[in-house]
Design a protein around this ligand. Structure first.
Ligand SMILES: Nc1nc2c(c(=O)[nH]1)N[C@H]1C(S)=C(S)[C@@H](COP(=O)(O)O)O[C@H]1N2
Ligand SMILES: [Mo]
Length: 204
């Protein structure tokens, strides 16, 4: 699952030395696919992306409109709670702050519930999305996302465990309180900092 022995071990050692390997994680050279349920079908004619809740300007974008937003690239590591870490992923997409600028969070907004196809959700504090390395990604390492990695659009929150990096994302709901998402209701941590090993709701 993790890829070839020596090359992988060497990378892992280097990442450890650089302080980039969170506790309890192993490096992978491959890119595992992990999600609950099936891979949804994408229909560009009916797809939309919505922002609602505690925002001054609720937003609804079609796939075409979303494609007209300015894009940027960023390279970040990716840590799954099932103990694999994939380093130096290049993501391309639309910065969260680009959307935030358009919708204008109300002063009471403190949390965001991310909504995806098939009812999947994840909760992230607004402050953890309002960072210059959080984006809604369409591409990985220069290639369009494949359907099993979240095509057409996924959230990327590099500093939290990857279950917060919601695939097949369709909307953002701004809230004044923290509401548990899918994995958070199923025993996972409300926040999920990989460097503090916040895997389960029983972790501090
Ligand atoms: N919609 C949706 N997004 C999801 C998940 C899911 O079950 N559904 N699983 C998460 C988990 S646990 C991980 S580790 C990453 C995995 O992303 P990958 O399959 O592209 O490696 O997606 C996250 N995003
Ligand atoms: Mo995960």
């Amino acid at each position: 699952m993790f890829g070839e022995g020596n090359e992988r071990k060497e990378l892992e050692r280097k990442m450890q030395q650089e302080g980039r390997l969170p506790p309890g994680q192993a490096a992978t050279l491959k890119w595992p696919v992990l999600h609950y349920g099936g891979v949804p079908r994408f229909d560009p004619a009916s797809w939309d992306f919505k922002v609602w809740g505690l925002v001054a300007q609720p937003l609804r974008l079609t796939w075409e409109e979303f494609g007209a937003l300015p894009r940027f690239h960023i390279t970040r590591d990716f840590h799954c709670v099932t103990r694999w870490s994939r380093f130096d992923n290049q993501w391309t997409g639309v910065a969260f702050r680009e959307l935030l600028r358009r919708v204008q969070a109300k002063p009471e907004a403190a949390h965001v519930l991310i909504h995806a196809e098939q009812g999947f959700t994840a909760n992230v504090p607004l402050a953890d999305l309002d960072r210059d390395d959080v984006l809604l990604a369409t591409h990985h390492d220069g290639e369009a996302l494949t359907p099993d990695h979240g095509y057409p659009l996924r959230l990327i929150v590099p500093h939290l465990y990857a279950w917060k990096s919601v695939k097949w994302v369709r909307g953002l709901e701004f809230l004044d309180r923290d509401v548990p998402g899918f994995w958070e209701r199923n025993g996972y941590h409300m926040y999920g900092d990989p460097f503090r090993e916040q895997r389960f709701d029983t972790d501090p």
